[in-house]
Write a protein that binds this ligand. Structure first.
Ligand SMILES: [Ca+2]
Length: 348
């Protein structure tokens, strides 16, 4: 089973600027690439057949499919696939960009518009609606953009290129299974890395997690807000969101606080650099004894880790296990914090 943390990190929206600076197609090389690609499509077809996909769908989806060099260029431009390392950028500008007044207001307007269905979804999955809306707001700006790459073409190209062949071959087969389940192929557009719809699910995630929020028998994560929220909620419940627990709480850290004493001794099996920036786990009561004070009410027995992304004298947070669930959706501390803060602002 592919690791969902890595899957999520592939689905970031890459600035449109990048597209503008891609080299123009090198025709000879591309012809050779296309020939190899056409051969590889037969391998994918066989995999799909082995997984029980119908012949009609296999033929329909692979017909006329071509290699997409733009997808490979975008993949190679990803953070972590070459450049990177060094000091992390500051959080404050990220926060200003993602937790802005417009995104807050539109989240609140969406909450008001969906007030008829929200209580049912919250009761069923145990995840607060502001968290679901904040994810939706981060992923696609509440459906404002969800990508227009042809997903069959993107996934087959990434599988053919081979850096993560098993992962993307599996996603290609999952995409075909969606068609067998009745999802119209015209719907299958998304990010260059294969994420689609309001919650930016990969095909395997759609098959496993997408939910029917309005009970019409379809799981429409592209157009239906109820299905969108229920699907994100189902993801969170599945990832271990604890009902009734916050994601975190702002905290004040005393001057001269000794960070070295609270450094985490654990190396996370996945996404280690992200988890490494968070302190060891302590109860709120233990943090209080170290002089770290929650800025609001917090149960003394609640287990949290401390994070002060921009260093001494800047905002800090005590983060619960639910914060780590947000990281499972997209493994980035700034994403996680920004989702939590947007959710708090929407709830206000
Ligand atoms: Ca539905």
């Amino acid at each position: 089973m592919a690791n969902p943390l890595r899957l999520r990190s592939l689905t970031r929206i890459v600035p449109a600027l990048l597209l503008a600076v891609l080299p123009s197609a090198q025709c000879g090389a591309q012809d050779a690439e296309d020939a190899g690609f056409q051969g590889y499509l037969q391998v994918l077809d066989a995999k799909a057949r082995g997984a029980g996909v119908t012949e009609a769908t296999i033929a329909r989806m692979s017909e006329g499919l071509t290699f997409n060099p733009k997808v490979i260029a975008l993949d190679r431009a990803q953070p972590g696939s070459g450049t990177g390392g060094g000091t992390p950028p500051p959080f404050a500008p990220y926060r200003r960009q993602h937790v802005d007044s417009s995104r807050i207001a539109r989240g609140q307007a969406m909450a008001a518009r969906l007030s008829g269905i929200i209580p049912r979804i919250e009761a069923r999955y145990g995840v607060p609606a502001p968290i679901l809306l904040a994810i939706w707001g981060h992923e696609t700006d509440y459906g404002g953009y969800s990508g227009d790459f042809d997903l069959a073409r993107s996934l087959a190209t990434l599988a053919y290129e081979g850096r993560r062949r098993d992962l993307f071959a599996g996603e290609y087969v999952a995409l075909l299974k969606m068609v067998d389940l009745g999802v119209p192929p015209s719907q299958l557009k998304g990010s260059w890395a294969g994420a689609m719809g309001n919650p930016q699910f990969l095909p395997s995630m759609y098959l496993r997690i997408a939910a029917d929020g309005d009970g019409d028998g379809r799981r429409d994560i592209w157009n239906d807000p109820a299905d969108t929220l229920a699907s994100i909620a189902n993801y969170f419940r599945d990832a271990g969101w604890r009902r009734g627990e916050p994601w975190g709480i702002a905290a004040s850290v005393p001057q001269g606080f000794s960070w070295s004493a609270v450094r985490t001794p654990l190396a996370a099996p996945v996404c280690a650099p992200v988890h490494q920036r968070l302190s060891s786990w302590k109860t709120v009561g233990e943090w209080r004894r170290l002089g770290v004070t929650p800025l609001g009410s917090a149960r003394d027995s609640m287990l949290t880790s401390l994070f002060q992304p921009d260093g001494p004298g800047t905002p800090a947070w005590l983060l619960t296990g639910n914060y780590r669930v947000i990281l499972q959706y997209n493994c980035s501390n700034y994403y996680g914090l920004s989702v939590g803060l947007l959710a708090d602002a929407i709830a206000r």
